[in-house]
Design a protein around this ligand. Sequence first.
Ligand code: ACO
Length: 401
Amino acid sequence: AIDIEKLRGATGAITIDPGYKNTGSCKSAITFLDGEEGILRYRGYAIEDLADKANFLEVSYLLVFGELPTSAQLEKFENDIRKYTLVNEEMKTILEGFPRTAHPMGVLSALTSALTAFNPKSVNVENEKEMYEAVCKTMGKFLVIATWTFRRRMGYPLNYYDNTKGYVDNFMRLMFELPTGPYKMDSKVVAALDKLFILHADHEQNCSTSTVRIVGSSHAGLFASISAGVSALWGPLHGGANQAVLEMLQEIHDNGGDVAKFVLKAKDKDDPFRLMGFGHRVYKNFDPRATIIKKAADDVLTALGVDDPLLDIAKQLEKVALEDEYFKARNLYPNVDFYSGIIYRAMGIPVEMFTVLFAIGRLPGWIAQWKEMRTSKEPIGRPRQVYTGSPSRAFKNIQDR
Ligand code: ACO
């Protein structure tokens, strides 16, 4: 029954759906997700096929422009992104203003927003050429500043994009190459990272993507909207979970590897602890990305000859949780973040950078969703509420309070 008293001040009927669990915010032709069946497709293509057969820039093109590129289109896209990888020198001053201890996600969000100062012209979304350039510019500059957040933290001099190398290859060089000598690139690492970026590239109306769309719905620009998306992704219930998973696995390890104890703790409703990397708002069967990542974790660690005790703990934890009635009853399965951190760690990527990697992977999805929202002329996002505060009150002068 509707509590009329609670609806005071409301005009007309309002649907309350905290967390928007059953509310569609838009129509979208980008990503299809069936949480019951564990299906994920970008523009109709199965995630398994894309992760296996395509590369990250190919998938980015598909998400943003709707079709898989031809070789000529892909080559042009890669070249056009390269044209925009130089970042304004004054951005360095902004970067240097941050303490070295600042979290890379906070710095990334701020730097992305700062890009608006150096690219003030708003994009005419109806103009294909302008939109295409905005896409390339965002893909180019974001990758570079993302790695700069790490260089600042480490106190390393900043690196510049190498036009003779690929996008993902460049990520590793931008991060790790030092003036002391060339960075020894491992093609297995680049291939695995490429796959991880594909798996993170879009996921329909998740928290950060919805943020990008709603900020953009006020006609705020692409950089401003993406900066907001980075902030939304940072939280431990969303992209920040990949860092939280690794920290949790480390804690279990440091406490003698007693997996069952932590499963028990996660079930205790008086304890705020949750099994990080478990559960998903939409997947209630399994997360297809987690299946691919679990296998990739095995492959990458074997190929790199890394024996990580945290991988064994993760596997044990998954086994114990999947057999547990609490987790079964609530359909809680490992999500995309559960094994990704183990791979990043094996690649030598520090834990505070994990969510930044997620952001690089998710970037084409954010761009695609922003573009779709603007070209389909969606109205400004503006949810309603049910007011639960005081009824009308007479104002009291300060001396009478
Ligand atoms: N550990 C223990 N219990 C859990 C967990 C978990 N990881 N996740 C959900 N539950 C329980 C809840 O306590 C709740 O129990 P109850 O019905 O007895 O109250 C039930 O399962 C349903 O959980 P909700 O929080 O209502 O589910 P929701 O869809 O709102 O949340 C979320 C989904 C945020 C992902 C949640 O499962 C969670 O916090 N997981 C851990 C963080 C994480 O891994 N986030 C990454 C998600 S994937 C991504 O963003 C890339």
